[in-house]
Design a protein around this ligand. Sequence first.
Ligand code: BGP
Length: 468
Amino acid sequence: MFHKEMKPFPENFFWGGSTSAYQVEGGANEGGKGPSVQDIKEVPEDTSDFTVASDFYHHYKEDIALFAEMGFKAYRFSIAWTRIIPTGDGEINEEGIDFYNAVIDECLRQGIEPIVTVYHFDLPAALAEKDGWRNRETIEAFVRYCDILFDRFGDRVTYWQTINEQNMMTLVGAVLGTSTGTLQDIYQENHHMLLAQARAMTSCHENFPGLKIGPAPNISVVYPKTNDPKDVLAAETFSALRNWLYLDMAVYGVYNAQALTFLKEVDAAPVFEEGDKETLAKGKADFIAFNYYSSATVEFYSKEMAEKENGSSDQQIVRGYPGFFRQVPHGNLETTEFGWEVDPVGMRNTINEMYSRYRLPLIITENGLGQRDTLSADGKIHDDYRIDYLQKHIEQVQLAISDGAEVFGYCPWSAIDLISTHEGFRKRYGFIFVDREDFDLKDLKRYRKDSFYWYKKVIESNGKDLSK
Ligand code: BGP
């Protein structure tokens, strides 16, 4: 669509940045924190574990001051469940409450709106030992944990996100270190997370008026590889499973029909208990937070194709499922150093499709470029590539706003360097460089990257000046 005149970014737009507790905090064994699945998972041999991360736990004042210097209006971060309740469902750890009180107060003191994710990949290890999300008691533990957060922090935190990238935990749980199992196991866990989310949203609305709550999936447009109607259908099925299952539930309180039918066809449909349908129907989001890095491309994948290639009993449907679809490279998109396709226009498509389906205010809670950075002898980081990536994506956000979508914030990943989910510290995303390597902690000193100064200018001009 062409616009005679672009709409400006709204006033009070939440320009900010994003992090998650286990990837940035460190202090893994401090302040009474219990272990999460991220602390006990096996990390790839050549990458760091999460014990120290960026040591935000000890540097939070300095880091939030740097966010404020960039002009952040919002900071999207997650609370570690195991700092608040070390065993997941037992005693409250007041030291953990104190830590997040301090972080929230520091944000507010600096004029930054705290936007909190309740759960970002870090299920308490004690709950994982009791079968994690496969066990329905985890739903109760989650709802209690959420109520504690709303109660203790809701006087200062208005915007809440339930579960970060539940769809990625379902599609690539093994890579994220969240969970594995048969397809049926995984979709049963998914069902329990959906119930937990619905219960948390309902409780938030009934018991804590004034707070706003939404999901935080990773949403991306799915292109058919060709205009062959079979490819188009394949893309639609994959999108139903990847995207709409999560948003239909968060907004309408029902399973996406196509996704549920697919799950039945592959013998992975969740088992409903009495009352589940009603519980799900009650949970309604106030806004949609979503993460976007890249688009997806899909082709029809026949059973014959699968047999020819020696069959695929692969349980990871993210790659493909014989008789339905499979993901393929786009073919016309550049890829990052770490192999991720870059598709800024895809973000406009994604926003527009989401807005026309759901008509809720949208906030981008992750988007960014993971790349190695070099610290020069004079303390500079020339990350033009990151500026390029962000510039192109912000342009598309403004185009989507001009197309008619309601977008109220942009919080790219990541506010500061942190540890990648499975590719270590060398894969950096931040505006602020943290001087450490995967196995050499150095001094953890903070340096402003070129993108820091660029983003400051973007925020100051409310998105009008994107020039380098
Ligand atoms: C999202 C996660 C983040 C983050 C980001 C980048 O899926 O919500 O936790 O890490 O992706 O991914 P990665 O670290 O694998 O490069």
